[in-house]
Design a protein around this ligand. Sequence first.
Ligand code: URP
Ligand code: ZN
Ligand code: ZN
Length: 473
Amino acid sequence: MARYELVLRNGTLATAGEVVKADVGVREGRIVALGEDLVPGEVEIDAAGKVVTPGGVDSHCHLDQPMSDGSVMADDFRSGTVSAAFGGTTTVIPFACQMKGQSLRAVVEDYHRRANGKAVIDYAFHLILSDPTDQVLGQELPALIKDGYTSFKVYMTYDDMKLDDREVLDVLGVARREGAMTMVHAENTDCIAWLTEKLEAAGNTAPRYHAVSRPSPVEREATHRAATLAEIADSPVLIVHVSGAEAIDQIRAAQARGVRVYAETCPQYLFLTADDLDLEGFEGAKCICSPPPRDAANQKAVWTALKTGVFHVFSSDHAPFRYADPRGKQIRGTDASFAWVPNGIPGLETRMPLLFSEGVGKGRIDLRTFVRLTAANPAWMYGLYPTKGAIAVGSDADMVIWDPHRKVTLTNAMLHHNVDYTPYEGMELTGWPETTISRGVVVCDGGELKAEIGRGEFLRCATPEPATLTSTA
Ligand code: URP
Ligand code: ZN
Ligand code: ZN
């Protein structure tokens, strides 16, 4: 029998189902053996005293996404995937974003050109649907789903993106028939526009008013509506970037009714509050994202919902805009209204370490829950499980070796993204991803990049739910 190419020895392996001590044998990029005292491999890694988890799947991040306001994302597939890998992520799923009037197929082709040869880890694409014409829903989308693009995001706000309820139902109808997953950005667009108009008329334009323009009821109402549309169309939805208690209540209630509502939250809703938008001068713009961070009580509600299974996915929603940059947060200058600031904050590299330290390390969630939220569930949700998100015989050998005791003070200087700040500057974490392995190749080790740019492969996703053959929608 051929030797193992790699043996990872003596580690504490954590999966979605169990935590066990075992060796991992890898051949041709896949896990081929789990057990005790495996025969020697060509490469041996001793993981004694370390925790080994499946490589993270960051299923909500934005890389090199064309923007309609002239702003430019700071991270492309090169810097974005390198940064992700240093943070323990081995698969990213960013968005091929359709602008109104564009062919979906052309958008996907363009996004492949942007990704080709640049990724150091594997990647799949979600779609963003902003123009669900008959041609898009009738021809392009079903064909793309069959080609491995099985999830798409719809927006209930942003003038250039938003769909009305009828359009969301139309999208859900296709998703139901084809077995695809619809992700929903749930905020009530008219409420935001009305509140923004009032705030601006009163001269209240500083970054902190972004949070005032999008209070919790804006998200609560849209979350309720999205769940209702899912119920009516009989098609699952995943509510992305959920910020706090009011939306969580709607999700839990829908789940209790048996509606297939899945939910995602992100680090910004655990570690930031609206006070972070209220900094000196324009600095609060760094933390402008939608929905906005709330308060300590909402952070607590998010922790509870992570622990109790209301949330399925923990993503970064990495949306990389540089702060001191006329193509970034300051696109309209530092006196501009909050309404013109590009939305989003960076977080690809900090997503897993933050949850490991503050969640597992502080006893808020256990290791298996950590694995489910950061790797197994997102892989399942988007049709990549168990190739990704698992440490099992037959899975890709995507693994992270954590030193659970290492203390790290987060600084932007130590990160590998191309953004000029991290909202988590100065946070003290315990536990760090020391080694990231993708398909059996050590990508990062001890703070050094070890693998070639361009080795990352595009992944075609399966449909997460079996296609409904009897659809009438
Ligand atoms: O503010 C955010 N979340 N920006 C990224 C785009 C999105 O809506 O996910
Ligand atoms: Zn969104
Ligand atoms: Zn996003």
